[in-house]
Design a protein around this ligand. Structure first.
Ligand SMILES: *Cc1c(COP(=O)(O)O)cnc(C)c1O
Length: 377
């Protein structure tokens, strides 16, 4: 049996999702084109529950970062316009790295990693500079720490003080945290196959307002990233311009069927919340402290835990011993503290979380780590 992945992706997937890949289908085959149509329609349905009809979806081969890069390439590209990146973690910083490398014009406002993006400070900045931006972007669920930024409040601030397109990295929230692209006025949103929709890695997707996409036509300086061209191919003849990740798409169709069977967003959200509660309270009883203030943060995708204050604790050893027992955790990704992360997304159930916790307890004993155990959690 494979190890269970308590990570931010790739994730543990179901057996039928893996089995769906045991086929070879031609990229121009009717069945495959139906699969692509099904996936594209379903993504829009999840993003726009009110079915406003304003949105479309574009599938792009590559991991999530490729989709992020494609949005900057299409909205900024060769246009003489500027992006604003709001970040409170490593994934927000990655957006700035993309703009820096491509030499796009951008401002990067960096905020502390252990809290929400601050509405008051952002408002002050937007009041004086808001009109200078053509694109404002931030990460919805900062997978580096577990913070879920306040999407509605941020989007209404941005709409109030700028005329910019709004771009959300919803990589680790889409499908499990409610997002309504229409009511929150999101123009571009990206996520990838191997996050909360529980597919296998291989492609990412962009969901966008059709008008915004078309308005950016001609700006992209990359052939592969040109979203209008990619969209045109998918719309006109149901084809990818270049080799599609056929197996990953077959798996994703199956994953979307399972998503519906689980009760869609509500079903997935409640399983993830339950997993996360089990992990947080179990770790608390062992004496671990969360990196985020547990009173104000209720993210349910991934949790960062501080290293315990015990010289016998060594993360690499802890990781290896748990991995030997079949549970894969993840190193920290915040710069300001020594943390590790436990994700609770993917095909994981309450039993899997409880089994992992039992092994954490054994590994702590084996390592001789003693913490003050707390019974209040
Ligand atoms: C996973 C993830 C990404 C994309 O990372 P890739 O390694 O390119 O798949 C981007 N942003 C966030 C918030 C993520 O969780």
């Amino acid at each position: 049996m494979d190890k269970k992945l308590f990570t931010p992706g790739p994730l543990t997937t179901s057996l039928p999702v893996k089995q769906a890949m045991l086929r070879d289908v031609g990229s121009r085959d009717k069945e495959f084109m139906e699969t692509v149509r099904f996936i594209r329609r379903k993504l829009v349905d999840i993003a726009d529950p009110g079915q406003s009809g304003k949105f479309t979806s574009i599938i792009l081969p590559g991991s999530g970062t490729y989709a992020i890069e494609s949005v900057f390439a299409n909205v900024i590209g060769n246009a003489k316009c500027k992006a604003l990146i709001l970040s409170n973690g490593a994934y927000g910083d990655r957006m700035a790295a993309i703009c820096k490398q491509a030499n796009y014009s951008y401002d990067h406002l960096k905020f502390p990693e252990n809290d929400y993006l601050p509405l008051d400070k952002i408002k002050v900045h937007l009041q004086t500079h808001g009109q200078s931006y053509s694109l404002v972007s931030f990460v919805h669920s900062e997978t580096s720490s577990g913070v879920i930024n306040p999407l509605e409040e941020l989007s209404s601030l941005i709409k109030q003080y700028t005329g910019a397109y709004l771009f959300i990295d919803a990589m680790s929230s889409f499908g499990a945290v409610p997002i309504n692209m229409s009511t929150t006025n999101i123009d571009f949103l990206v996520s990838s196959a191997n996050k909360c929709l529980e597919g296998v890695p291989g492609f990412s997707y962009i969901i966008c307002q059709i008008e915004a996409l078309q308005a950016c036509k001609g700006r992209c300086l990359s052939l592969s990233f040109d979203l209008n061209e990619q969209w045109h191919g998918l719309e006109v003849n149901g084809q990818f311009r270049f080799t599609p990740p056929t197996h990953a798409l077959l798996a994703f169709k199956r994953a979307l069927i399972e998503y519906d069977e689980e009760g869609g967003l509500e079903g997935r959200k409640s399983r993830y919340m339950n997993n996360c509660d089990i992990i947080k309270s179990g770790m608390k009883q062992f004496g671990f402290q969360q990196f985020l203030d547990e009173k104000t943060h209720h993210g349910y995708i991934i949790t960062s835990f501080n290293y315990p204050n015990d010289s016998n604790f060594e993360f690499n050893k802890f990781y290896a011993l748990l991995s030997d027992r079949g549970h894969v955790l993840y190193p920290g990704k915040v710069l300001s503290a020594n943390c590790f992360r436990i994700g609770n997304v993917g095909r994981l159930y309450a039993d899997d979380c409880q089994n992992m916790l039992k092994d954490v307890e054994k590994v702590l004993v084996e390592m001789g780590v003693t913490m003050e155990r707390r019974q209040d959690g």
